[in-house]
Design a binder for this molecule. Structure first.
Ligand code: NAP
Length: 290
């Protein structure tokens, strides 16, 4: 099988597949990231077309609509009929539907398979998939999908997985903001970060997300598992999907403004928990976040 896109998620997924003994061909826009995996047993393809020529199943993990559509067009054009394209990126239902039409015209089977988790979750073997597309297509790739992450929710035959993924990510963004506000309040009022996080983790609000973020917060580590820029991209997709569906999402609108302010403060490439850093300094200077 092949994997295109070796960013934070793609690299963790490639390592997991290689460790599980799957033969794997990899391709990345920046070749160095692929070459690192060569040492672990991957075959490096120089282009998406080169990769497609060597495999029956193509996995993609790309940042956004533009990158996914461009790569998917190349994959579908080069693929033999019967090839399966499994996309794990978070992208819009609209772009995904365009790729579905191209795939159908080329007799390429297409599965939407966005994921819930982060690179640490991938490495721990607990990634969840939200899948939509024909069940027969899913059955063809199920062993690979389950080797990456054991939990799979099949939510429909069309673009449903795209919507479910966006709905969950709007909750994750809001959780990050709620956690940030709790930290800013506690620290400003003289409670230690460690004490608050300990209680938070065992409280009714102690979601898995709180637990993932506790250790990095204790280390003051804001290196990205998922960047603030990508979270803004996801909230943009959420707002577009809300417009399309004719509904208003007040919290998502507020998250857009908060993420934009955090990016403008210089945190685009940091983890989106940098919402906390921005809120802390904005509070200190009384620049209340609008
Ligand atoms: N990180 C997470 O926690 C997480 C969790 C769930 C879902 N996701 C989703 O998974 C996807 C990947 O996320 P990530 O965090 O791994 O992103 P990332 O670290 O930014 O990696 C993106 C990858 O895509 C490649 N790429 C970017 N633009 C490209 C283009 N125009 N053409 C071809 N390749 C391109 C990059 O190549 P270069 O190396 O050349 O830059 C890189 O390998 C996103 O859709 C994200 O929303 C992420």
């Amino acid at each position: 099988m092949g994997l295109i896109g070796l960013g934070n998620m793609g690299t963790a997924i490639a390592e997991r597949l290689l460790d599980a003994g799957f033969p794997l061909v990899v391709n990345n826009r920046t070749p160095e990231k692929a070459e690192v995996l060569e040492a672990r047993g991957a075959v490096v393809a120089t282009t998406p077309e080169d990769l497609v020529g060597q495999v029956d199943v193509v996995l993609t993990s790309l940042p956004d609509d533009e990158a996914f559509e461009a790569v998917a067009e190349r994959v579908v054009s080069a693929a033999r009929p019967g090839t399966v394209l499994v996309d794990m990126s978070t992208v819009s239902p609209a772009v995904s539907a365009r790729v579905a039409s191209l795939a159908e015209a080329a007799s390429v089977d297409y599965l939407r398979a966005p994921v819930s988790g982060n690179p640490t979750v991938v490495r721990a073997g607990t990634l969840s998939f939200i899948v939509s597309g024909p069940r027969k297509t899913f059955e063809r790739v199920e062993p690979v999908v389950r080797a990456i992450g054991p939990t799979v929710h099949h939510v429909g035959d069309g673009e449903q997985a795209r919507i479910v993924k966006l709905a969950i990510n709007s909750m994750i963004a809001a959780l990050a903001q709620a956690m940030s506000e709790a930290l800013v309040l506690a620290e400003a009022a003289g409670v230690s970060r460690a004490a608050l996080l300990e209680v938070m983790g065992s409280s009714a609000a102690g979601a898995p997300f709180v637990k993932y973020k506790t250790e990095p917060l204790l280390r003051d580590d804001f290196s990205a598992t998922f960047t603030t820029a990508l979270m803004e991209k996801d909230i943009d997709l959420v707002l577009d999907a809300a417009d399309e569906a004719g509904v208003v999402l007040p919290l998502a609108r507020q998250m857009k403004a908060l993420l934009r302010a955090t990016i403008e403060a210089g945190y685009a490439d940091d983890d989106f928990m940098a919402l906390y850093l921005h809120l802390r300094s904005a509070s200190a200077t009384e620049e209340a976040v609008r």
